[in-house]
Design a protein around this ligand. Structure first.
Ligand SMILES: [Zn+2]
Length: 481
């Protein structure tokens, strides 16, 4: 046991100043611009900020220490940052197991048409539990299914994440191109264009917090070129820029999407999105698997970010994104788990390893290093979400979002390099996770909520959604079952 909470003290007389958490004797990968690492060092957290990081023990005379932790046998890294997800899919895992993207979507859209805010609350709890337990401290969520009568879906998710203690960047998604207009989703799943834009504006006004230590930032996020009209994409870009929020969508995920764009718009997805004002430093796109040299150059020149989702891309056989080429060109890249219906694990920690392995299958042993994989999952993700000055590395003045991984247990002890132990080894036990200076995971378990209650909530929500399906499904079997 390396976490010692027995040294909690009453603190000094000044009760208004923030208490400090001191972690010592740990290996540290700061993921700062110079990739500074310490074999044996310290991190001092004061309130919700990192106050000091360095070699050896914490500075002598550090006062108001409320918790002192012996990090022997551990690696401390920045908390991981998840740049793409669809929380609601947590309650539709295990379906359509052998489908490609379009078949998978067509199978699942009618199921998703039954979601409501109560189900999405449970799904957000489950999604965030998997993320937190795998070292993730900040996540986005791309919610784009808003059935009529579904209630306050975004509000339910925000409430769930606040309870678990996670930093959150919800993306108010939308779809307005139903099958009757040549789109992929059924008409029952889409919104009216103006209504979608109004709801996005309302979400920004209600929840977006631009402050440095914001726990909630909102993004405008029409779903994809094959489920959204050009009017909605253009309108969302104008809205986001008027309100100073970021833009997110899916781009260049599959060959079918490429064919759809060429047939309908006469160009590939990157050129199409560019024509609607959708390249820029305030934009990031999920997947970007099918990118040619010109597409990558455009992303690099404009600072457009990429959410790389290796497990989902493999699950749906979408292809292998050219991440090493993007990094060489200077494209900002982060990692994403994607929705849990195409990545049932929902864990971000294991995506470090998957990103490395998949990159090497395409590009050889030097395609991606363990440290580059860690950077994708931390500083890279922070940059993609526009929060590189606040999170993503362990540096004095940044927010205290950090993960303390055990690397001397039976599965990791003896591995020569702690970063290799984390990235190449088995999923490392998470001894401690801090978000905004608060403990949210201790000894691998969520600190602020009852995990068993979440499991029960998720089970009930999934069952309720399945029950809604039966009358309308007409006995049609779901692929994979
Ligand atoms: Zn997605």
């Amino acid at each position: 046991m390396s976490v010692d909470s027995s040294t909690r003290s009453a603190g000094a007389i000044d009760t208004t100043a923030p208490g400090r958490i001191v972690i010592e004797n740990c290996a540290i990968a700061t993921v700062d611009a110079r990739d500074t690492e310490y074999d044996r060092g310290h991190v001092v957290v004061a309130g919700n900020r990192i106050e000091a990081v360095g070699a050896g023990p914490a500075p002598a005379g550090t006062e108001r220490v409320v918790r002192r932790i012996d990090g022997t046998g551990h690696l401390v890294t920045p908390g991981l940052v998840n740049t793409h997800h669809h929380f609601y899919q947590w309650i539709t895992r295990g379906l359509a197991q052998e489908c490609n993207l379009f078949d998978w979507l067509v199978t699942l859209y009618p199921v998703w048409a039954g979601i409501d805010d109560e189900m999405c609350y449970a799904a957000a709890q489950g999604s965030a539990a998997a993320l937190l337990r795998s070292g993730c401290t900040t996540s986005t969520d791309h919610a784009y299914v808003f059935p009529k009568g579904g209630g306050d879906i975004l509000g339910a998710e925000i409430r769930a994440l606040a309870e678990l203690g996670m930093r959150f960047q919800p993306a108010r998604g939308s779809m307005d191109l139903g099958t009757s207009q040549g789109g992929l989703p059924p008409d029952a799943c889409v919104e009216d264009t103006d209504a979608a834009l109004a709801a996005t504006a309302e979400a920004i006004d209600r929840w977006h917090d631009p402050s440095f230590d914001a726990m909630v930032r909102v993004t405008a996020a029409p779903c994809s070129p094959f489920s959204v009209t050009p009017e909605l994409l253009r309108g969302a870009a104008e809205l986001a820029r008027a309100k100073g929020v970021r833009l997110h969508t899916h781009g260049a995920e599959t060959v079918q999407e490429e064919a759809f764009c060429r047939e309908r718009f006469g160009m590939g997805p990157t050129d199409y999105l560019e024509s609607l004002g959708w390249l820029g430093e305030d934009v990031w796109m999920a997947h970007c698997v099918h990118m040619d040299d010109s597409d990558i150059a455009k992303f690099a020149a404009t600072g457009t970010g990429v959410a790389h989702c290796p497990s989902s891309n493999a699950r749906l056989a979408a292809g292998v994104a050219r991440i090493p080429d993007m990094l060489a060109a200077g494209v900002p890249v982060g990692l994403g788990v994607d929705g849990a219906a195409s990545n049932e694990s929902g864990e971000l920690g294991t995506e470090l390893r998957n990103a490395l392995l998949i990159a090497r299958l395409r590009g050889g042993p030097g395609a991606l290093t363990a440290r580059q994989a860690l950077r994708l999952g931390t500083a890279g993700g922070a940059k993609v979400l526009g929060r590189e000055h606040e999170i993503g590395s362990l540096e004095a003045g940044k927010l205290a979002d950090l993960a303390m991984w055990r690397v001397d247990d039976v599965l990791h002890s003896g591995i020569a390099d702690p970063v290799a132990a984390l990235v190449l080894g088995a999923a490392a036990p998470l001894t401690l996770l801090l978000v905004n200076g608060r403990e949210v995971v201790e000894q691998g378990r969520l600190s602020r909520v009852d995990e068993e209650e979440i499991a029960r909530n998720v089970g009930r929500a999934a069952a309720r959604l399945r029950a809604k399906q039966r009358p309308s499904a007409g006995g049609r079997s779901v692929p994979g079952h």
